[in-house]
Design a protein around this ligand. Sequence first.
Ligand SMILES: CC/C=C\C/C=C\C/C=C\C/C=C\C/C=C\CCCC(=O)SCCNC(=O)CCNC(=O)[C@H](O)C(C)(C)COP(=O)(O)OP(=O)(O)OC[C@H]1O[C@@H](n2cnc3c(N)ncnc32)[C@H](O)[C@@H]1OP(=O)(O)O
Ligand SMILES: Cc1cc2nc3c(=O)[nH]c(=O)nc-3n(C[C@H](O)[C@H](O)[C@H](O)COP(=O)(O)OP(=O)(O)OC[C@H]3O[C@@H](n4cnc5c(N)ncnc54)[C@H](O)[C@@H]3O)c2cc1C
Length: 631
Amino acid sequence: MMIHTNNYILNIKELWDDVPEEYLSHKERYENAIKKAFIVLKVLRQLHTGNIQITDHRTPTNVYSIQDGIFRNVNPLLIHIGLFWSTIAAQASTEQQAEWLQPDSSMIGTYVQTELGHGSFIRGIETTATYDSTTDEFILHTPRLSAYKWWPGGLGNTANACLVMAQLYINGTCHGLHIFLAQIRDFDTHKPLPGIKVGEIGPKMGFNTADNGFLGFDNHRIPRTNMLMKNVQVLRDGTYVKPKHDKLTYGSMLLTRVTLISDLAYQLSKAATIAVRYSAVRRQSPIKSNEPERQILDFVSQQHKLFITIASSHVYRVVGLWMWNSHKRVTADIHEGNMGQLPELHALACCLKAISSRDASALVEQCRLACGGHGYMMASNLPQIYAYTTAAVTYEGEYTVLLLQTARYLVKFWRLAAEHKPLPQNFAYFEDYIKKNFEQWRNSPEGIIEGFKAIVAGKTKAAYDTLQCNLRNGREFEEAWNMASVQLTNASEAYARSLLCEVFWKETVQLSTKVSKSLAIVLEQLAELYLMYWALEKHGDLLLYSTISRNDIEALQSRYEELLALIRPNAVGLVDAFDIRDEVLCSTLGAYDGRVYERMMEEASKSPLNEDVVNESFHKYIRPVTMKNKL
Ligand SMILES: CC/C=C\C/C=C\C/C=C\C/C=C\C/C=C\CCCC(=O)SCCNC(=O)CCNC(=O)[C@H](O)C(C)(C)COP(=O)(O)OP(=O)(O)OC[C@H]1O[C@@H](n2cnc3c(N)ncnc32)[C@H](O)[C@@H]1OP(=O)(O)O
Ligand SMILES: Cc1cc2nc3c(=O)[nH]c(=O)nc-3n(C[C@H](O)[C@H](O)[C@H](O)COP(=O)(O)OP(=O)(O)OC[C@H]3O[C@@H](n4cnc5c(N)ncnc54)[C@H](O)[C@@H]3O)c2cc1C
């Protein structure tokens, strides 16, 4: 069968709600979401097996973006689709993949890593997998309360299998963290298997249909062949065959961090679409007293809030794709046994995941605030987008923890520079900074990129010097590192920003040669706006570490304001170009037709509190008090 994905899915009636999700209980929400999840899964499986083919020349990610509208919240199978299968595909041996990756598999899985006691510091994970050579099995065990798995999406009620991260023990020796496939519920009855304690963790700020769960093992046995064995093996006699790199087990986190950058770009484009369209419809106060009230989009301060969101969505789309391609390249190298590029990819993924999630949640919130009171309504969908986006600052590697990973990488290169050892080309600017080869400031995108590199060098130097000073004062390395950690995270953040500016500008300039002149102008305006915005935000750092002057900053401010005016006529066109359907935006404020007030009234009429003209609580609680007072 040939289908157009959007039309096909939009026509599946059971996927679309009559009653807004906010009015359902926690349990009803899950049940509604799981019904839809299995309809979506069926479509994905049909696409995968080729039973249905799409005519819109896109990939299953098309289904992924439409699902934001279907679920409004989160697909309870997100981790099953996004992490369970991809981890098996990346880390299981060919034989294991042949057995487990069947399109008609009974397994509904999840990725079970975090515990009540440990999330960031995964070496501290306490769940054990002990090899029993007499039976050729691993025994999974939760030794204490803090070792209970806590958080995995889909675990609460849905999954019947999972990939568990546990400490591997063979003959009393701990070999560190490894991944094991464990069945946790009966495929037929769905009851937890003996030795399994599993449940749901309760309501959260968002992700309320994600079915996050807890899990404990009481000496639960699984076959030896259930350890994921592509990169590392345990043989029948208990021999441990080491991986080529001991962090290959962490590969799923790396991949998800890379994927997330593009997902956050998409969330930003949704928020920008809602806020810009609303700002074109909403009129509030005249600019000159004798004129009619103006669209709030005409206020320059409103443009300042919104155009950076449009630009940031483009930045993360471009950089997300750039990282995706790097990941593909490095993975191919790893297949060939070359691990050389893995540390760089890890360092980039860490800081870019951290900054993209932090930027995205701040900008989504900025869009919500830019919609005034109406942005506070659930029906605007901005609160839900915020709750979804801000979770990404924490999951898949907490913000600060990831920035500190990138700092390790920066400090290594700074040490090389300080010791006058050869540096890779992309860190040659460290040497320039040490030799005080400062470029004359240029008020241009290229000049700003150079300025950001000077900030990275200056902040890495400051962090490194503090670290050395702490060491000289007799501190042990880890303690000295902790004492310098504020400066270290600052250096990482600056590094991420310089990468974002450089990659976005270079890719935009390249893209501009391939599109029409009029489109190229707008794309370059957006890219320039992004660079100017951040140069102004970080002007204090530029003054500290580059050769910028006060006059240069004033000139940047003028150019920035000029860019806001240049982008204003295209603002609505730019968000329309994100091409997000009303059914996906789910917003009274952001629909294409601009019927904001009509939609708000229509949505309000769905409130159960409007079902009765007089709510029965009046008779029970209000009247006895108010009537008594009258007497
Ligand atoms: C229809 C649907 C279709 C598609 C969907 C597709 C995609 C989905 C898209 C988006 C997903 C959206 C939503 C998902 C929602 C929720 C998902 C949430 C899932 C989770 O949260 S899973 C749990 C994640 N947990 C973490 O991330 C924990 C964070 N902690 C760590 O990663 C590590 O502990 C650490 C990196 C902080 C430190 O590790 P360590 O202590 O073992 O290591 P050291 O600090 O000692 O470092 C040693 C050395 O190793 C290097 N290193 C560390 N990690 C890696 C790595 N991953 N790769 C390579 N190298 C690594 C480190 O740099 C050190 O090197 P050095 O040379 O010594 O400096
Ligand atoms: C919505 C959601 C979905 C999730 N889904 C899954 C899932 O499917 N599977 C799964 O396994 N997990 C999942 N998680 C768990 C998630 O990965 C962890 O919460 C995350 O990795 C952070 O770990 P933590 O909660 O232990 O935070 P902590 O590490 O306890 O962080 C608390 C504070 O301590 C600071 N801190 C911690 N260590 C350091 C350090 N070394 N240096 C400096 N500061 C430090 C942090 O910066 C932070 O400020 C999910 C979480 C959420 C919120």
